[in-house]
Design a protein. Structure first.
Length: 267
């Protein structure tokens, strides 16, 4: 599950895009919600790699990922979160490659090790640092690649548009996660965001600033819709998402519900 097509500036990609140690293998599951499809990231060097977000359980896609691994040792399959468009293929790929699946949510693990904030995972001399970013979902993680000054963002930040707050997510958590990522991007001089859907983004601090501004704008629009007499999530969506394809309104309703819950706790 990803988000709505609200334009933000994007860059190269998605298939084959990446950095010095990360390359995208695009899954064949495009949709209004998944954009071009799920980005499966192969991260590592000449001898060992990690696979991040195998995507759907699609035999041709998983075989293509295995081909791009090209005989290198796979130290683990990592999940940014457990939504099916990112995790469904994890078990089949892990069995194919002989690797464990590591995730924050124990339900999606294959093996004894999970993932948590501050963990460091390696593939040869390539280091991946785990950053907890709950909000889009309760179990959302981002992965910092210090050698590339790049962040794998899952659905926390998309290559185009902005993400939804899923029923297992929380807007307050999401805003705190955005602030954390924004501060980190500025402090670490990040050069790229590698999202779970859509193209690579070359201006992390600018993108994250835009995400925060957009969320605050939507909150004010929800407040205004309530002042104008909107009585439920559908009426709010009809008012403030009038320029969005109605096929995406169910996703917009999820985000509006999250915004209403957030406003109740901040009154």
């Amino acid at each position: 599950m990803s988000g709505l097509r609200i334009p933000l500036d994007g860059a190269e990609g998605p298939d084959g895009a990446g950095t010095a140690t990360a390359v995208n293998v695009l899954a064949p599951n495009p949709s209004p919600m998944t954009l071009d499809g799920t980005n499966t990231w192969i991260v590592g060097g000449a001898d060992a790699v990690l696979v991040v977000d195998p995507g759907p359980d699609d035999e041709a896609h998983l075989r293509r990922v295995a081909e791009r691994v090209d005989g290198r040792r796979v130290t683990a399959v990592l999940l940014t979160h457990g939504h099916a468009d990112h995790s469904e293929g994890a078990g089949p790929l892990a069995r194919l490659l002989g690797a464990p699946v590591r995730a924050l949510d124990p339900r999606h693990r294959l093996g004894e090790e999970g993932l948590d904030d501050g963990d460091v995972v390696t593939a040869g001399d390539v280091e991946v640092r785990v950053v907890a970013t709950p909000g889009h979902s309760f179990d959302s993680l981002c992965f910092w690649l210090p050698g590339d000054r790049a962040m794998l963002t899952g659905d926390t930040v998309l290559g185009r548009g902005t993400t939804t707050i899923a029923p297992d997510g929380d807007l307050g958590d999401y805003l705190r996660s955005l602030d954390r990522l924004r501060q980190g991007a500025e402090m670490l001089e990040a050069t790229a965001l590698l999202p779970g859907h859509g193209p690579v983004l070359p201006d992390p601090a600018g993108v994250l600033n835009a995400y925060v501004v957009h969320r605050r704008m939507r909150l004010e629009q929800v407040r205004e819709a309530i002042r104008r007499g909107a009585r439920d999530t559908r009426e709010i969506v009809e008012m403030i998402y009038a320029d969005v394809d109605p096929a995406l309104w169910p996703a917009a309703e999820m985000s509006v519900a999250a915004q209403l819950d957030y406003l109740k706790t901040t009154l």
